[in-house]
Every structure is written in structure tokens, then in C-alpha cells.
Design a protein. Structure first.
Length: 216
């Protein structure tokens, strides 16, 4: 709002001064008319620069926009075993039993070209899986694994349609899978978000931050 007000003030002041300069020039007041006209042009130029800055800020905000996908609360129920509560932005909750050292969520992502982002098309996504994972490959092969589907198969899948008919939808930039994973810890709370580049996760409480800081 501050930048918008500045643009309006500069543009109106410049327009008024330009009108005054034309009047002075018509009255053959050359020096005053030229000085007023030069001032008007400077103000109009400044308003144009401010407008460009505002557009660039809007572009950055659109391209860096993050939309919430959920929150994950963990509670230890045994050695390398946790109860995970996934809370969606709608408030819906689901419980899962995870085994391992880390949790991982996977999603299908539909990304638009930059011009589509600027006019309001945000990255579309669908969470696919939630599972536990182990820190080492040896444990991944030997230990019990847990993974859950987060969405049932759909007859009409926009992600699949965009992948199949990509050449017919020129504003689609990419269709791909994305995943993020962080360590599991008792009492840890994480947020899951989707940006223009895919999934990301961050710790929300002290237990989660301590788990991440000591993560190897």
C-alpha cells in the first residue's frame, strides 16, 4: 500500500506540474515552463520506476509463495517406532504407525510456467505417501518398513492428464514427484508446505528443532 500511494502521489504531482509547464510555455514564460516541465518529467519517471519495483516485488511474492500441505506430530511408542498424526489444512486428521529413524512424505506436483504463476496459478499437488525410513541402507534392507497411501486412486487424475498431454497444455512447466524427509523424535511437530519448487518441511517446536540440529 505504501508503494502504491507513492506511485499515485508521484504520478499525480508530475501530471499537474506537466500541465502547469504547458500553460507557462504557452504564455511564453520559457524558463519557468522548462523548469516546471523538467520537474514533472522527473516525477513521472520516478513513478514509473516505483511501479516497476512494485511489479518485481509482486513477481517475487508469487514465485516464492508457499501453501500449507499439513502438519505432522510424532509420539514415540517404542524403539524406532512412532505414532504420527497428520493434520491437513482442512483440519482433518489421520493416524499412522511409523518405524525407522526418519519420516518421509511424497507428493505429485504440477508446476506452471512463471507467467501462469504471476496471474494466480499456484503449484498444484497431491500428497501420495507417508512412510518411515532408516538412516542407513543396511537397515532399509533388513528392518521392517512402513508406508501408507494418502490418497486413493482416482479415475480422473489431473496430474496424469497433464503428464500425458503435456504438449497440449503449454502453460504447464513440469509434472514430477517430490519428497521431503526429516528425523523422527518424541513430541516433534513439523510443518509440510508446497512451494513452486516442490515439497519442503520445517520444524515447528523445540523437540523438532533439536532433532534436526542433531541429525546426521
Amino acid at each position: 500500500m505504501t508503494i502504491t500511494a507513492l506511485i499515485v502521489v508521484l504520478a499525480l504531482t508530475g501530471a499537474l506540474l506537466l500541465f502547469a509547464a504547458v500553460r507557462r510555455l504557452r504564455r511564453r514564460r520559457m524558463f519557468g515552463g522548462l523548469l516546471t516541465g523538467a520537474t514533472a518529467l522527473v516525477l513521472i519517471l520516478l513513478s514509473v520506476c516505483a511501479l516497476l519495483v512494485a511489479e518485481n516485488l509482486q513477481t517475487y511474492q508469487r514465485l516464492s509463495f508457499e501453501q500449507p500441505a499439513g502438519e505432522l506430530q510424532l509420539t514415540r511408542i517404542g524403539p524406532r517406532a512412532f505414532n504420527a498424526v497428520l493434520t491437513y489444512p482442512s483440519g482433518e486428521r489421520a493416524n499412522y504407525s511409523l518405524r525407522g529413524d526418519e519420516w518421509q512424505v511424497d507428493a505429485r506436483v504440477l508446476k506452471w510456467h512463471a507467467f501462469a504463476n504471476l496471474i494466480g496459478f499456484d503449484t498444484a499437488y497431491r500428497l501420495e505417501r507417508l512412510g518411515g525410513r532408516y538412516s542407513t541402507v543396511e537397515d532399509e534392507r533388513a528392518q521392517a518398513r512402513t508406508v501408507y497411501a494418502l490418497n486413493p486412486p482416482q479415475r480422473i487424475d489431473p496430474w496424469d492428464l497433464a503428464r500425458r498431454y503435456h504438449s497440449w497444455i503449454p502453460w504447464v512447466d513440469a509434472v514430477y514427484g517430490s519428497a521431503t524427509f526429516l528425523p523422527m523424535a518424541d513430541g516433534a511437530l513439523y510443518e509440510i508446505k508446497v512451494s513452486q519448487s516442490g515439497l519442503l518441511a520445517r520444524p515447528l517446536n523445540q523437540a523438532a528443532r533439536e532433532a534436526v540440529s542433531g541429525w546426521h
